[in-house]
Design a protein around this ligand. Structure first.
Ligand code: FAD
Length: 381
């Protein structure tokens, strides 16, 4: 399915991931340490500017290459995978897609140089119901004044800028949302403490608090009231990268289980000689391959300019559930050593992969998105 250039690209990213990231992935997780030392090499390889055009300093690729990159990084380290995915899909994409030329010139070159960008949609009282945003933006002359909080924001303590949503009307009946580009250094912008998470412990997740944060009107993203639509369009693309992240994590679990099953001897023979283990491995490999085809198809659909939103929801839903099953299955194959920390990555993958069923819309929300599209087509008949 992949062309030579994509196969070569995969080899390049895989070699980098194995040489530089895999050796420290367990330590980043155990010490909850952010991958600071990988930002420069990833920047040099263009992994932080994959969606940014050359005129803004990026090294743009097609979506398929981007998907392959997130898959390969996540195969050895979920924390690296989510950091790269959030920066590209959620941080830089909205500026490119909805920003003015001035905004692109001000933010994209810095992002391409390794300055991380974040995406603030989720709030304590607005998760799946992201349209229920409570953060308020009040117009004051040539500024907006923002008040509110965002939670569970990837790269929040590291990002120099965040795309954030807010309601722009005091009228409770007026639920229109507008997006803004916010800078970390501005007075009134505060970052909470880094969260202690079950998985993806090397990634940086924190609250953001806006307290009379003065935002110049030049930092309003697009038209007033267009923010919710912008966020949904952004998530359509982001979900492909979460699918890729899940795929990489699931593949990492499978790789480990396959090798272990061949090496581990019980009852005088490798456990892989048992049909029960073989069936388990066969199911994992088959499901992961199907998820891979969906991730690649979704990427190509996006690049073709055709509608891809409901297919990206299907991709994320399927890939994340398959990968979660693969992690559980791998732990079964490894037995106790899989449950222990330190020797094999399976327990880390098992903790990391669950996020793929939650972030950028839970599996339940993906099913709603998919069903809505199915029913819409029925109504047209
Ligand atoms: C590691 C991590 C990183 C994240 N990074 C970001 C980020 O960078 N930016 C950002 O904005 N957010 C981020 N998030 C937040 C994430 O996107 C939200 O947590 C997610 O959308 C779910 O929201 P919630 O946790 O409030 O769950 P809730 O909305 O409270 O849902 C709780 C449960 O109810 C179910 N549910 C809710 N509504 C329905 C319904 N209508 N029908 C059926 N079931 C329903 C959900 O599926 C879920 O099972 C991150 C989260 C984590 C854990």
């Amino acid at each position: 399915m992949l062309e030579k250039r994509h196969l070569e690209f995969r080899e390049k990213i895989r070699a980098f991931a194995l040489e530089k990231i895999e050796p420290v992935a367990a330590t980043l997780d155990a010490e909850q340490r952010f991958l600071d030392e990988h930002i420069k090499p990833m920047t040099d390889m263009g992994l932080l500017s994959m969606l940014i055009p050359e005129q803004y300093g990026g090294k743009p690729t097609d979506t398929l290459s981007y998907t392959i990159a997130v898959e390969e990084l996540s195969r050895v380290c979920g924390s690296t995978g989510i950091t790269v995915a959030a920066h590209n899909s959620l941080g830089t994409f909205p500026v490119l897609k909805f920003g003015t030329e001035d905004q692109r010139k001000r933010y994209l070159p810095r992002a391409a140089q390794g300055g991380l960008m974040a995406f603030g949609l989720t709030e304590p009282d607005a998760g799946s119901d992201a349209g229920g945003t409570r953060t308020m933006a009040r117009r004051d002359g040539s500024n907006w004044i923002l008040n509110g909080s965002k939670c569970w924001i990837t790269s929040a303590t590291k990002a120099f800028a965040t795309i954030a949503s807010a309601r722009t009307s005091e009228d409770p009946a007026d639920k229109r949302i507008t997006c803004f580009i916010l800078e970390k250094e501005w007075p009134g912008y505060a970052v909470g403490k880094k969260e202690n998470k079950l998985g993806l412990r090397g990634s940086d997740t924190a609250f953001l608090h806006f307290d009379d944060l003065k935002v110049p009107v030049e930092n309003q993203l697009g038209e007033v009231g267009q923010g919710f639509k912008q966020m949904l369009i952004t998530l359509d693309g982001g979900r492909i990268s979460i699918g890729a992240m899940a795929l990489g994590l699931g593949q990492g679990a499978f790789d480990c289980a396959l090798k272990y099953a061949a090496d581990r001897v019980q009852f005088g023979k490798p456990i892989a000689d048992n049909q029960a283990i073989q069936h388990r491995l066969a199911d994992m490999a088959t499901e992961l391959e199907a998820a891979r085809l969906m991730c690649y198809e979704a990427s190509m659909l996006k690049d073709s300019g055709k509608p891809f939103g409901h297919f990206s929801a299907m991709t994320k839903l399927y890939a994340s559930e398959v990968a979660t099953r693969a992690a559980v299955s791998a732990m079964t194959v490894l037995g106790s050593i899989g449950y222990y920390t330190g020797k094999y990555p399976v327990e880390r993958i098992w903790r990391d992969v669950k996020l793929c069923e939650i972030g950028e819309g839970t599996s339940e929300i993906q099913r709603l998105v998919i069903a809505r599209e199915l029913l819409k087509s029925l109504k047209k008949v």
